[in-house]
Write a protein that binds this ligand. Structure first.
Ligand code: GLU
Length: 447
């Protein structure tokens, strides 16, 4: 339920951003959490901090023309929403997926403000992307698209302005092409302008693994707070992209057994535990579907086409694919099958109804803005290394990541406690993330 003042702010957001349902959902979740904060801090309401936070500082939409291998011309739409720079330069990834439109970019950018704030590092919030579909496109086509995208984007970004990175459909290959074009246009080797780079040209150790590793660390902390651990637990992961793969890797190192993962064609159940080398080969090297994984795994794994991975019984669920992939029905099924913890590796993968069901059932629920913040936090570490022309070891970087995830976990619990919602990580993450941004905005005058 929304506090009266927040309800009129929400109505206004609906009216001013018609049709952008994912953005509405992301705003509503934050507003539902921060009611109690307004009681203690009337200065936030007086200075209309919330109304200001809901309005992006800048929104850029541009044309991206490119030519396919047959010489045919295509036109895509590019976006960069520079949402909030109170804490630092805008920071957040680029998503290339046919579903991308302004509402998706704004939901991601809005969540990014609070996520980045929670990391405790000096980064503002932004997000971008395109409705370009990389699926089935050749290397050369992807490169030409990235070059065309950057030919417009370069004028809006910079080490001190706005620092993009990857997200769905944008990995190290795309970041390389984007950075190469930025360098060519500007004639500057400005490493800190984009993160997620390859190690040979300014990338950071652990950035590739960071979102998945960080999410596993976060869930380990939630389990620890309840006096238990990953040891011997059955874990289901959705997706099989970068976040999923490194979630699986770290969960295994922490003693869990990942029994299922998925892609857009269906899921595989592998009771002995997913074979990570085979998964990486099929999904990352060959860019093929999971039926190929099951086929090569012989009798050990079963591929189930077209169904939801959440029907696989598990004790820990780690949604690592995309938004709204755990519905109320999925959540009910997970609870019935004995799920005790959920860590969101993806952004907003659980619907509001799903979250309510988990909360009512007492499931430890780690929302994306806390649980998957390890990715962007390690991007901030990449920026630090670029600024000091240094590069840190894998071990040192992983320790930093683990410490950051512990701090985020503890901050969520502390804020949830302080505002009378003990154990509620959603409220804790929203409140803590919000307060840091709000205080900076107050201090900086009317911005
Ligand atoms: N796209 C990632 C996220 O959702 C990472 C962003 C970044 O590294 O800037 O947080």
């Amino acid at each position: 339920m929304l506090h009266e003042r927040l309800s009129s702010i929400y109505e206004n957001v609906l009216r001013r951003n018609a049709g952008e349902t994912e953005f509405h959902q992301a705003v509503r979740e934050v507003l539902e959490s921060i009611g109690p904060v307004l009681g203690k801090h009337p200065e936030y309401a007086e200075s209309k901090i919330i109304e200001r936070i809901c309005e992006p500082e800048r929104q850029i939409i541009f044309r991206v023309p490119w030519e396919d291998d047959r010489g045919e011309v295509h036109i895509n739409r590019g976006f960069r929403v520079e949402f909030n720079s109170a804490l630092g330069p805008y920071k957040g990834g680029l998503r290339f997926h046919p579903s991308v439109y302004l509402g998706i970019v704004k939901f991601l950018g809005f969540e990014q403000i609070f996520k980045n704030s929670l990391t405790g590092l000096p980064i503002g919030g932004g997000k971008g992307g395109s409705d370009f579909d990389p699926k089935g496109r050749s290397e050369r086509e992807v490169m030409r698209f990235c070059q065309s995208f950057m030919t417009e984007l370069y004028r809006h970004i910079g080490e001190y302005t706005d620092v993009p990175a990857g997200d769905i459909g944008v990995g190290q290959r795309e970041v390389g092409y984007l950075f190469g074009q930025y360098k060519r246009i500007t004639n500057r080797y400005e490493s800190g302008v984009i993160t997620g780079k390859g190690l040979s040209y300014g990338g950071a150790q652990v950035r590739t693994e960071a979102t998945g590793y960080g999410c596993a660390f976060f869930v380990a902390e939630m389990l620890k707070a309840r006096g238990t651990s990953f040891d011997g637990r059955r874990v289901a992961v959705s997706g099989s992209g970068n976040v999923a793969v490194y979630t699986i890797e770290k969960v295994r190192q922490l003693g869990g057994i990942v029994v299922a993962c998925s892609d857009s064609s269906g899921y595989v159940v592998d009771d002995k535990g997913v074979d990570l080398d085979l998964l990486k080969q099929v999904k990352q090297v060959e860019r093929r579907r999971l039926d190929v994984y099951a086929e090569r795994r012989g009798g050990n794994a079963t591929f189930v086409p077209g169904r939801s991975v959440w029907e696989v019984p598990c004790e820990v669920a780690m949604p690592s694919a995309t938004q709204n992939e755990i519905t109320g029905r999925d959540a009910e099924l997970l609870v019935r099958n004995g799920c005790v913890a959920v860590g969101e590796g993806a952004n907003m993968p659980t619907t509001p109804e799903g979250i309510r069901i988990f909360e009512e059932a007492g499931v430890a629920f780690g929302p994306g803005k806390a649980a998957n913040a390890g990715g962007v936090a390690t991007s901030a570490l990449e920026m630090q290394q670029n600024a000091s022309r240094d590069s840190w070891t894998f071990e040192f970087s992983e320790n930093r990541l683990q410490q950051i995830m512990r701090d985020i976990h503890d901050r969520c619990l502390r804020s949830a406690d302080e505002y009378g919602m003990p154990g509620n990580y959603v409220a804790g993450a929203n409140i803590d993330g919000f307060k840091r941004v709000a205080d900076a905005m107050l201090a900086l005058g009317l911005i």
